[in-house]
Design a protein around this ligand. Sequence first.
Ligand code: NDP
Length: 475
Amino acid sequence: AVAMEATRIRARHSANGKTSEQMEQPAQWGRAWEVDWLSLIAVLGLLCFAPFIVFYFVMACDQYQCSISQPLFELLQGETTLLSIWARTASFTWSAAKIYSIWVAFQAFLYMYVPDVTHKLIPGYVGGVQDGARTPAGLINKYEINGLQCWLITHALWFANAYYFYWFSPTIIFDNWIPLMWCANILGYTVSTFAFIKAYLFPTNSEDCKFTGNIFYDYMMGIEFNPRIGKWFDFKLFFNGRPGIIAWTLINLSYMAKQQELYGQVTNSMILVNVLQAMYVLDFFWNEAWYLKTIDICHDHFGWYLGWGDCVWLPYLYTLQGLYLVYHPVQLSNPHALAVLLLGLVGYYIFRSTNHQKDLFRRTQGSCSIWGRKPTFIECSYRSADGGIHHSKLLTSGFWGVVRHFNYTGDLMGSLAYCAACGFGHILPYFYIVYMTILLVHRCVRDEHRCSSKYGKDWKRYTNAVPYRLIPGVF
Ligand code: NDP
């Protein structure tokens, strides 16, 4: 993902042909149109290696008790071979294919055919039909926001099955984990390839397509901005926010059930991982309308990066802590558990409050109160691809006056809490914090390139007013 983000920044630079500082007001909204050879190598490398990274972690748990060094060590020592690792790996099964197909079809059904009623029942929740952000071509798409409802129905059914109907074992996900991985890969590649072909043959909005002339880059980063089938089946919202993220909490519940089955008890570390990650997932669904304004939805094109990433990378690598705890049932001391809980809660508070402040500020056009005062901001303007000039504001008070991406800092604190819940016995559960740090630091740099290109010298005024990105005085 990091290389993908770096790739995009490079491509964007060569497309603009000049640095953001050289741009005049109002700034053109920069987009990638050319790909240099370094970007191409990164794209090819990722297309080839990202699936192996996922495989490696899952295989390490399945065959080596979650040791990530042992397989390499044995391979180097000649004690095992790639072929014997492959021979020990569970293969594709039709029963996993059936489970996976039912899962994705059920989520598609909920997404498409069960209009949101939760916003009528739960005060403060924003659901139903909502506007997305303006696309580079100047369009504003409509979305049916019903993610919270889908999550609630799915989990109600999960618990109804576990405690009442007994149609299937709650350990079903863990028990089919590797066969399901093959199915997720099939879907990830199918969706990405379909989106790629669709962009040539029947794009949803040709004005919002981006052809760089390099098929590998286009396949990976996407051509269409908002591919849709019919009026409502939006690829980005569905794949970003449905089969993968809804599964996240179910996968954790399945790991918890497996611990119970194997050891007759559930450890406090497993409960912490389940609770903290469920909070993050629920936050995502509670704020789904807000999510329409985040980078994934309002800046990224839909390609392999989002298609495969949402189907495979997210459900398999974001849930490594729970998987690890099935193999290593860590019971934390009370102070350790309390410290993890506090770190998770404080991180979540910073993450949520920072995001909320920006959302409130943008929704009310600055007519709100941040930390009990009228917000301070910088007025800025930009030009969309249709030549239209638009105005915007950059908040400089509250958390947005402390550093430019305090939401990322909070996210990283929460991520560290998930990892620390697994104790200090192995490196594998710490993959998440390493990955998130690299991802968010790169995302921050990439976003700032985009903003700089979009807002020109207004962005410079903002960075002068708020000089640090993630940690005050450090970075
Ligand atoms: P942000 O929500 O920070 O959005 C960045 C955008 O906000 C900028 O492009 C700009 O957009 C606008 N903006 C920047 N500075 C200001 C300001 N001072 N005032 C007002 N608007 C501003 O980033 P993301 O969309 O990347 O992230 C959203 C959340 O999702 C974060 O909390 C992040 O931690 C989380 N996340 C989680 C991931 C995961 O895998 N778990 C992955 C990625 C993100 P504009 O063009 O509108 O001005």
